[in-house]
Write a protein that binds this ligand. Structure first.
Ligand SMILES: NC(=O)c1ccc[n+]([C@@H]2O[C@H](COP(=O)([O-])OP(=O)(O)OC[C@H]3O[C@@H](n4cnc5c(N)ncnc54)[C@H](OP(=O)(O)O)[C@@H]3O)[C@@H](O)[C@H]2O)c1
Length: 259
């Protein structure tokens, strides 16, 4: 690496759910460090914002590059489609996978949950994370690959009427640790970042009085997190300097939860 090169120059990354919120922050931050990023989204309404993010990245004028991939992660075929499209654009090696896309919902009382409710959470927050890992694994480099799963502090906490969300984020910690154990001997790291309350559409879609309680309970400046607060942690874990950290779940929550 020359003195002027960026830390993620020549690295290819996939960021799921990179159209807005935390994922958009992660995609832009990885690109600002030189990565070529495949940014996935699902909704037609997010198309313009995702394309604008790609344009912004291309305008960096560095080794960074980006493409958009529209794919609903509820569709079991989406993981292969995302990987095939990334390989076509940037070549056969995928260095970094950030499993960020996720869904929340209004609380559902016990006894009222339908199988559709269950699937709508688990298909995106759990099944898609697993099959993205499966699809990317054969494309990791000889060593130095990175998988980063975005969980939530609620994966290790309780929240009445949100068992599906909490359990989905706990479930992927299992993937994080087992993948770390399997991929470690090959020189790859796998970690999880658990945000606290971050000011995005997901937070705004919930009960603001509850969100404000979390804000007040956050030791660091009693504020909401911003996407950049999470993106900087993900960028660090993506870097060569994080080579000795694997199988970990990091609470990036301003101390709202301390592990
Ligand atoms: N915000 C918080 O306070 C908070 C706290 C803890 C953990 N998290 C986690 O952080 C991650 C990002 O959250 P966020 O707050 O940035 O959420 P957000 O603003 O609601 O954005 C969600 C992202 O996921 C994508 N997505 C949703 N459903 C999808 C599907 N079926 N297929 C493909 N992509 C889909 C969305 O794409 P479209 O734009 O196309 O819809 C969007 O890019 C999630 O895993 C979330 O659980 C968030």
């Amino acid at each position: 690496m020359s003195n002027n090169s960026l830390p993620l120059e020549n690295k290819v990354a996939i960021v799921t759910g990179g159209s807005r919120g935390i994922g958009a922050g992660i995609a832009e931050t990885l690109a600002s460090r030189g990565a070529k990023v495949a940014i996935t989204f699902a909704s037609e309404s997010s198309k313009d914002a995702t394309e604008q993010l790609v344009k912004k990245i291309k305008d960096f004028g560095t080794s960074a590059d980006a493409i958009t991939i529209q794919a609903d992660l509820r569709d079991i075929a989406s993981a292969k489609h995302i990987v095939d499209t990334t390989v076509k654009a940037f070549g056969p090696t995928i260095h970094i996978l950030v499993n960020n896309a996720g869904v929340a919902y209004k609380g559902i009382s016990i006894g009222d949950t339908s199988i559709e409710d269950y699937n709508s959470v688990f298909d995106v927050n759990v099944r898609a994370v697993f099959f993205m890992g499966e699809a990317v694994a054969p494309h990791l480099p000889n060593k130095g690959g990175r998988i980063i799963n975005i969980g939530s502090i609620f994966g290790r906490d309780c929240f009445a009427q949100f068992p599906l969300y909490c359990a989905s984020k706990a479930a992927i910690e299992g993937f994080t640790r087992c993948w770390a154990a399997e991929l470690g001997p090959k020189g790859h790291t796998v970690n999880q970042v658990n945000p606290g309350a971050v000011e995005t559409d997901m937070l705004r879609g919930g009960d603001s009085s509850v969100a404000n309680v979390f804000k007040d309970m956050t030791p660091m400046e009693n504020r909401f997190g911003q996407p950049q607060d999470i993106a900087d942690v993900v960028a660090f874990l993506s870097d060569e300097n994080a080579r000795w950290i694997t199988g970990q779940t990091i609470s990036a929550s301003g101390g709202l939860k301390m592990y």
